[in-house]
Design a protein around this ligand. Structure first.
Ligand code: AMP
Length: 301
């Protein structure tokens, strides 16, 4: 089966909700992306953690067949992000970001990982994402995720990166911010003109929109859920599962990308049902298949 390379942050997150707080739970774009992708293919992960990173998390990732030979363990503390969600979970604010060992992180792609055909550039600075591309032989597909912070402070690096990625995945707010266009169709086209042939705009509980070449967009609603507990990592889970699905089938045609959006949405739906990675980790492959079918039925008419 085609392996997939994930590079991104590995973190402790402190999460505040209106009725509860969860200090220092496992998080990070690479963690969510790797776990989501591991439902489909073997995953190779590159990132950095401090000496405080627990063995239990390492074991949990290894049990999911995530190859951690690219995870550096260095002196110091693991990256820590703290955020607070509004009561209806529709938005969040960052309270603090402690870069810790991430401050000096320069991704080093092990020799054995350099020819990985499917690559997910999880949310880290676009300069670091570019450094990853410099170290690998031309993969079959490169998917990049980003966030508002980088659009604000590393705009030029992000524009350079976009020239070299095949698929850009971002949320509606970020798409508007980066393109300067409010209408999402216009925003998507503008982003495609910046480099990526394919743009996926996530709209949270309203689903996702896939834009490829100059075709009409493909729109998929999110699965309506009775209980949403913690949206952290939904975007990374979507991206990991989207790419994992494509890697598993070794297929990057339009039809496969549409199915990949469905699987990205399904895996993200598990992610938001539990705090941190708990529900994402516990979801069985059968449960993912069943929910994909439910989503399929939901949009059939
Ligand atoms: P998402 O909810 O998909 O946007 O991803 C949330 C994850 O992003 C959290 O687990 C954080 O640890 C991680 N994160 C937050 N800020 C940053 C940052 N500046 N760089 C890298 N990862 C971050």
């Amino acid at each position: 089966m085609n392996p997939l390379l994930v590079v991104g942050s590995v973190a402790f997150d402190t999460l505040h909700f209106h009725d509860a707080s969860h200090p220092r739970v496992l998080g990070g774009s690479a963690t969510y992306g790797a776990l989501a992708a591991s439902h489909f293919v073997p995953v190779r992960m590159v990132g950095v953690v401090g000496k405080d990173f627990p063995d239990s998390a390492v074991q949990m990732l290894k049990e999911r067949k995530v190859d951690l030979s690219g995870l550096e363990v260095v002196d110091g503390e693991t990256f820590h992000w703290e955020g607070r969600y509004v009561e209806d979970l529709s938005s969040r604010e960052t309270i603090r970001t402690d870069l810790n060992v991430f401050a000096d992180f320069r991704p080093k792609i092990p020799d054995a990982f350099q020819a990985t055909p499917y690559v997910m550039l999880g949310n880290i600075g676009p300069d670091l994402q570019l450094e990853v591309l410099e170290q690998i032989t031309r993969p079959k597909l490169v998917v990049a995720d980003t966030m508002n912070l980088w659009i604000d402070i590393k705009h030029n690096e992000l524009c350079n990166l976009l020239k070299r990625v095949d698929v850009l995945i971002l949320n509606d707010e970020e798409a508007r911010q980066l393109s300067g266009r409010h209408n999402l169709l216009h925003a998507g086209r503008e982003l495609q003109a910046m480099g990526p042939r394919t743009v996926v705009i996530k709209k949270g509980e309203h689903g996702a929109m896939l834009m490829r070449d100059d075709q009409l967009p493909f729109c998929m609603p999110a699965l309506p859920l009775e209980s949403v507990v913690d949206p952290t990592g939904a975007g990374d889970s979507f991206a990991g599962a989207f790419l994992g699905y494509l890697a598993r089938h070794d297929d990057i045609t339009d039809a496969a990308m549409r199915r990949a959006v469905v699987h990205g949405s399904v895996v993200a739906s598990f992610c938001v049902e539990g705090v941190s990675i708990n529900r994402l980790h516990a979801a069985s492959d059968d449960a993912i298949t069943e929910r994909s079918q439910t989503l399929r039925n939901l949009v059939q008419f």
